[in-house]
Ligand binder design. Sequence first.
Ligand code: NAP
Length: 286
Amino acid sequence: MRSAGVIGWPVAHSRSPLIHRFWLAKLGIDGDYGRFPVHPDGLRDALRALPALGLAGVNVTVPHKVAALAHLDRVDPAAARVGAVNTVVVADGALVGHNTDVDGVIEALAGIDRSAGRTVVLGAGGAARAVVAAVHQGVRGRDAGDVRGRRGEVLVLNRDPTRGAAVLADLGTAGTTGPLDTPLPADTVLLVNATSLGMTGAPPLAIDLTPLPPTATVFDLVYAPLETPLLATARARGLRTVDGLAMLIGQAAAAFARFYGAAAPREHDAELRALLVAPTSTKPLV
Ligand code: NAP
């Protein structure tokens, strides 16, 4: 049996077990995926114990995504650029860190041509870093082929703009920054909400979409609720929208392949999405 899991503090809310077990069952793989509450003081011991426990790896969630880096043997380049890992794989007894949130963003943005204008990223936390890293390396979709090189300009808007500037500097991405209430530029081709605003229990995201051209796409990383006010407004204006489950499922699929050595059976996405938005699944998933 091949087993993996998720470590976090707390971790009871994580829906990653639902996703991975769903795929394991669909593929008939003799495997499991557990939930491991790990206090920050125990992070190093928990990670170093993975090989002895016979685990294939773990997903890493709040608050360990940055701290875990210090306890790994190797970190892949995308995760190193982002400065955070969300997946640790045991490879020949060594701990290797990855950031499949970047894969999730790349998948969610497949087929969206950003070359004609600006990509505006709201937020400067871990999720925003994954978005900027994905945009920086070019968008390569599962089915869309290689569209590397489609790099429009990036504008990062954050409550604390100095954090936005740090994201661009750390990732080596050319772009500009400003406060969150900066009016959206008229040449915006893609608007991404990577703040926690609009999430159940968080304040709403107050933003005026009027300046956006009709060709713009709006991507909200928030998935609880799935239909955020931002996406509802964008849709009412006839704009293309991408919801948070696209990234959530995409990042899980990239981790699943590393844990179990098999591609996630994505032909069942509709059934999985229905499970994830069921009333018992409204809490944050990762
Ligand atoms: P984080 O590191 O804590 O960053 C939170 C961001 O939200 C920061 O930019 C912060 O601004 C901003 N923010 C928080 N409260 C705010 C407020 N009251 N007013 C203005 N800005 C505020 O969190 P994260 O891990 O990046 O996650 C951000 C969002 O992405 C969450 O909703 C999370 O659920 C979602 N997410 C989704 C996926 C997915 O697969 N769909 C994956 C990861 C994350 P400051 O820098 O000024 O504090």
